[in-house]
Design a protein around this ligand. Structure first.
Ligand code: CA
Length: 226
């Protein structure tokens, strides 16, 4: 039986979640503030931690940082603040997943099971978010955010940018990009990649004519710098 530590100061949320997690067969420890939560994380070595971002005594991000120093336990962060910047900070401090309030119980339970499954399989939790300074891609929601604003990308532009960001610093050939973004059966030539790169630059570069993020590597392809 997996044990779950739930750190949440809102009593209704805490009790509802605890009740439902127990009904699913989990052993649940609860804490109403950050300090108690951190103590329980150390003493009980839970299999998964669900914690609120805003907590009395010690906030969720601080707990994340401390726990991550010696544990890979999956952490699901709950937050009422749904802005992109908060999410980015959460991931940078080591949260594996992020659920924005109000959320459905079904959604949270699905995330709990998915994170436990991945942790048991010894695999890193699937990346759901790619970040490069002020640019973020949410791979699940297929949303892009640049400098705090939503960035409108077409389907291909999104996939192309995701592929570049996943391989930050590496040179990707036009053929490789064509295969991974458009698929092996795509009928077209590598000029398609160049056209989409130009469109992407117009959207994410401060000066599209002298790009700093998506660099051209002459005779080879493209490299995402950050
Ligand atoms: Ca709270």
């Amino acid at each position: 039986m997996a044990t779950i530590l739930l750190i949440e100061d809102e009593v209704t949320v805490r009790e509802t979640l605890a009740l439902n997690l127990r009904a699913e067969g989990f052993e649940v420890f609860t804490a109403a503030d950050g300090m108690t939560g951190l103590d329980l994380a150390r003493d009980e070595s839970p299999d998964l931690i669900i914690m609120d971002l805003m907590l009395p005594k010690l906030d969720g991000l601080s707990i994340c940082r401390i726990v991550r120093k010696d544990s890979d336990v999956p952490i699901i962060m709950l937050t009422a603040r749904g802005t992109e910047m908060d999410r980015i900070t959460g991931f940078e401090t080591g949260a594996d997943d992020y659920v924005v309030k109000p959320f459905s119980l079904g959604e949270l339970m699905a995330r709990v099971r998915a994170n436990l499954r991945r942790a048991r399989a010894g695999q890193p939790v699937q990346t759901t978010r790619l970040t490069a300074t002020d640019l973020t891609l949410d791979l699940l929601a297929r949303r892009a955010n640049l400098r705090g604003d939503e960035l409108k990308l077409t389907y291909r532009e999104f996939d192309l940018l995701a592929e570049l960001m996943r391989n930050q610093g590496a040179v990707l050939s036009r053929d490789l990009l064509l295969n991974s973004v458009w698929g092996f059966d795509y009928v077209g030539d590598s000029h398609t990649v160049d056209v989409h790169i130009r469109w992407l630059r117009e959207k994410i570069e401060l000066e599209p004519s002298s790009p700093r993020r998506i660099m051209t590597v002459r005779g080879v392809g493209y490299r995402f710098e950050g």
